[in-house]
Ligand binder design. Sequence first.
Ligand SMILES: Cc1ncc(COP(=O)(O)O)c(C=O)c1O
Length: 371
Amino acid sequence: MKIEKFKLERFFAKYEFAAKYLLCCSDCEGLTKKELLNLADTKSLDLWESLTLGYTESQGHPALRQEISLLYEDIYPSEILVAAPEGAIFIAMNTILAPNDHIIVTYPGYQSLFEIANSIGCSVSKWEPDYDTNGFSFDIEKLVPLIQKNTKMIIINFPHNPTGVPLDQEQIKTIVKIANNNNIILFADEMYQFLEHDKNDRIGSICDLYENGISLCGMSKSFSLAGLRIGWLATKNKIFYKKACEFKDYTTICNSAPSEILAIMGLRAKDKIIKQNLELIKTNLDLLDSFFEKYKSLFDWHRPIAGPIAFPKLKLDKSVSLFCKELLEQKSVLLLPSDLYGYKSNHFRIGFARKNVPQSLDKFEEYIKTL
Ligand SMILES: Cc1ncc(COP(=O)(O)O)c(C=O)c1O
């Protein structure tokens, strides 16, 4: 298999553990082991204490799948396959796609959502957002003309990385209708679900809404447990599910035993974890509002209504990659320039679900004052 390098992940491999101020992270502040164990209920603590470190069930621990199924309206544990989120994308794409298939994908976006398809020999159409005085928005009218005879899958990611844009109920229903009418599989990367800033903006999951829908979610973002490497695919499509289980045998076979139990603890404490993350996001977003108001001649800022990231625009007559490079070299603050998404614009990704956002912003401001 030949595949292009994953630009954003190579960037993080280089800087994530070298830069002091990570101002572009898409995960919420990680919980410590102690914090998680303190949140755990007695039953999961028993599972933790009596854990055998042997192989685990390939589909995922039954109690974990049970807990995951509670996140959905109408999904059974037998319709869930547990795998690392990135691994789950790899499994899904390889299970469904064949050379000469066509896919449509939200773009800019997380590279594996289209690059694996590219490597398989599929053609890719990008569903791009509009950008105007109200910020980014995805227009479904622009999705429909992208459909071709050989379109096998539509891949969406909402709340969207990097713009933070969510879909509303009407839009999601329309997309399901379009996919259904055209017999197209809908793969929804829902990694940022549950981080809608207002609970009322929460929409359903694709796996609940559409028989040929596959939802991806995981512990990394909303649940503050990226280091567990636990995610999952949820689907009512039995043929896909069986094939995905079979393909997983060529990846990790099964999941890490300790991670599965820790994920059970995290899911049982989800309400507290998500509430904590939303509070942090709101506090940090208020800071960002003031910051960008102060520097509105330099940046175009639209406060997002979902997720831990946004994609503001640099208005300076300077490339955003040079701007981010200087900021990193001079102040050790990490932002993510749009070229890492292969996207030609002067936007950059900023993340606001980490505790040290205020300190990172102070350093960012020090740099701005040198301009
Ligand atoms: C949209 C999206 N999907 C999938 C993933 C993969 O998640 P993980 O890094 O936990 O494997 C990410 C990670 O940033 C992401 O942003």
